[in-house]
Design a binder for this molecule. Structure first.
Ligand SMILES: Nc1nc2c(ncn2[C@@H]2O[C@H](COP(=O)(O)OP(=O)(O)O)[C@@H](O)[C@H]2O)c(=O)[nH]1
Ligand SMILES: [Mg+2]
Length: 398
């Protein structure tokens, strides 16, 4: 695996557009910087590999659009290619270029794309994927795609190289107390790039699927983490925690974002499937029971607002973890969106007596009203461990 032949992806775009964040999102935290083919080079490039994905990513960290500086970065790539050839590697060619442009600066697209095309003109026939980074706004996505298309149409010689335009959010972007942009576009980018690799290098469908599933899981946990913090914040308001209904908007947001990630957000059947999860969440009496249970436990001396916050965050986290478990089963084809009774049971299990045990554990770890982020982290870390153990046991039993 270590020495497998790989293709090469060159990532260019102005400093600050999000190249490094994008590469992290694609490869995950386990990505490894590699010294492959870099003997005697180069402070202007960082080169990354992953064990499964059959392409290297070359980050042009020194790329700045100005004649002198962009040439420095591009020369470093040329030199890298040459050096790799000298070291006897045949896989030293650039196979795909990711042009990164920032979604929040769409006015500059024509100019930026002109710059990037000029800088990469030596790779005349290498396909280009335009990655629109920081695409936080849904309504602007279509507009931005159109603008990139137009900008390319003006580049006569270059326009044939445009393979794909992909808007992405590489890491969760919180807009305010009730809205955030979840990671997206990343698995599409992985697929499209793999498709553009030469035959013989391309990863098989199954490997790519497994890799994407792992990435999706990481994004899913980030979504649950964000929503749990929102839940903690809402729960900490000093009003009696009458029922779990005040959490409904957050739960709906969470379930919809997760459903979108696992591509089960279309069609009537999906709607029913998602609704049944929301129902279990909102009618759950777990909250009330948990509040009195926590108050009765000797040794836990938390203010009411802290207990509320923990329970609110716990409910959101439990629903999130349950949804991840259920949505993965659907995504890999073991279950379908028609399995309503099954998904209800999955969710009920997480919000029943087991839930009270877990929030008790969490409450013991929290001694005061910390920053909602810190409380959120305690909750999600603990629940993720508890549930992964339960789920594995169940899988074995089945
Ligand atoms: N929340 C969020 N921040 C992003 C995203 N992409 C880039 N950023 C932020 O934008 C800044 C620049 O990103 P970076 O990856 O360092 O850009 P580079 O200079 O092109 O490598 C950093 O503060 C990132 O955290 C994204 O998808 N979501
Ligand atoms: Mg960078």
């Amino acid at each position: 695996m270590e020495n497998m032949e790989r293709g090469n992806v060159l990532v260019i775009g102005n400093s600050g557009v999000g190249k490094s964040t994008l590469i992290n999102a694609v490869f995950g935290e386990k990505k490894a910087e590699t010294g492959w083919g870099t003997k005697g080079t180069t402070v202007d490039l960082k080169i990354y590999e992953s064990k499964i994905i059959p392409f290297r990513i070359i980050d042009t960290i020194g790329f700045v659009p100005s004649f002198i500086k962009e040439h420095k970065a591009i020369n470093a790539v040329k030199k890298w290619s040459k050096n790799s050839a000298k070291e006897g590697h045949e896989d030293n060619k650039i196979n795909v270029i990711w042009f990164c442009v920032e979604g929040t600066t769409s006015k500059l697209f024509p100019e930026t794309i002109k710059d990037l095309s000029r800088a990469t003109s030596m790779w005349k026939s290498v396909p280009v994927i335009v990655v629109i980074t920081k695409s936080y706004s849904d309504p602007e996505r279509e507009k931005n795609i159109k603008m990139v298309n137009n900008a390319f149409a003006e580049q006569k010689r270059y326009s044939k190289n445009l393979a794909k335009i992909i808007p992405v959010v590489a890491s969760t972007y919180v807009l305010n107390d009730t809205a955030f942009a979840a990671p997206q576009g990343i698995t599409e980018l992985i697929d499209s790039t793999n498709e553009l690799m030469p035959e013989g290098i391309k990863a098989g469908k199954k490997d790519v699927f497994t890799f994407k599933l792992n990435r999706k899981r990481a994004f899913a946990h980030s979504i649950v983490g964000t929503c749990t913090v929102l839940g903690v914040t809402v729960g900490a308001v000093p009003v009696p925690f009458a029922d779990a209904l005040i959490l409904a908007p957050i739960e709906i947001l969470e379930i919809n974002k997760l459903a979108q990630l696992y591509e089960i957000n279309k069609g009537e059947d999906s709607k029913q499937f998602l609704n049944s999860i929301i129902e279990v969440g909102t009618v759950s009496i777990a909250a009330k029971t948990a509040i009195s249970a926590l108050k009765a436990i000797p040794g836990i001396n938390l203010a009411a607002c802290v207990i509320n916050a923990i329970i609110a965050g716990g409910i959101v986290a439990a629903i999130g973890e349950g949804s991840i478990y259920a949505f993965e089963k659907v995504y890999i084809g073991e279950k379908s969106v028609a399995d309503i009774d099954w998904v209800k049971k999955v969710m009920e299990l997480r919000l029943s007596s087991q839930f009270i045990e877990q929030v008790t554990l969490i409450a013991k770890k929290i001694t005061k009203m910390d920053n909602p982020k810190d409380i959120g982290k305690v909750i999600t870390d603990l629940l993720a461990i508890v549930f992964s153990v339960t789920d594995n046991k169940k899988t074995v039993e089945r």
